[in-house]
Design a protein around this ligand. Structure first.
Ligand SMILES: [Zn+2]
Length: 206
């Protein structure tokens, strides 16, 4: 996958880490989700600043050096993503996430006990999560925590799905007026404006 294609797919417009993760693979794909790949997952973690570019480069190489660990993390990530999509769909439809869609979130929260630590990297100090257990699941910890905040009572009040029915993207409405309707003004919002203009124009002529 080219770097440009990866950065398009990882475009962050959801407003919350877990929302962007649920959208991952769906941005600009016409609503049809692409299966999560190792490259897309690592590019996302880098774009969302969960890992540094240096760490991201090392993680990309793990696909070859420790294929089992990579496969295990990727399968957990896919499970988490599909659970978030189900949970968020239920919340945006006015309902509640099921126990089934919450369980993968709890699983990650459970295995990612750890602490934050200052790490010197790329000439600067950055705060990084250090897991107690020696697996890669800690990479999903911040996503699971973000999801838990949204799925806990009251947290989903601003979670929406894009008003374009063919889009399928979620976003977290942090606008002052709470009236955000589109995943992005540049894509769905603009498409709607153009269509509405064409309709008005046609109406006037007839
Ligand atoms: Zn949209």
């Amino acid at each position: 996958m080219s770097r440009a294609a990866t950065s398009q797919q990882t475009k962050l417009l959801g407003g919350r880490l877990a929302v962007d993760f649920a959208n991952l693979g769906r941005v600009f794909s016409g609503g049809v989700p692409r299966p999560l790949t190792w490259t897309t997952l690592i590019a996302f973690l880098e774009a969302a600043e969960v890992v540094s570019p240096q760490r991201s480069a090392k993680l990309l190489a793990i696909r070859q050096s420790d294929a089992d660990a990579a496969e295990s993390l990727l399968s957990d990530a896919r499970r988490l993503q599909s659970a978030l999509r189900n949970g968020f769909s239920a919340v945006t439809a006015g309902g509640r996430a099921t126990g089934e869609s919450v369980e993968p979130v709890n699983e990650i929260l459970r295995v990612t006990e750890g602490h934050d630590e200052l790490v010197f990297e790329g000439g600067a100090w950055r705060l990084e999560f250090v897991a107690r257990e020696d697996s890669f699941e800690w990479l999903l910890a911040a996503i699971a925590r973000s999801a838990a905040e949204i799925l806990a009572t009251g947290g989903g009040a601003r979670l929406r799905s894009c008003a374009n029915p063919t889009c399928g993207l979620f976003f977290y409405d942090s606008s002052r007026t709470h009236k955000r309707r589109w995943c992005s003004m540049a894509t769905c919002g603009n498409r709607h404006k153009v269509a509405a203009f064409a309709r008005r124009h046609l109406h006037r002529r007839s």
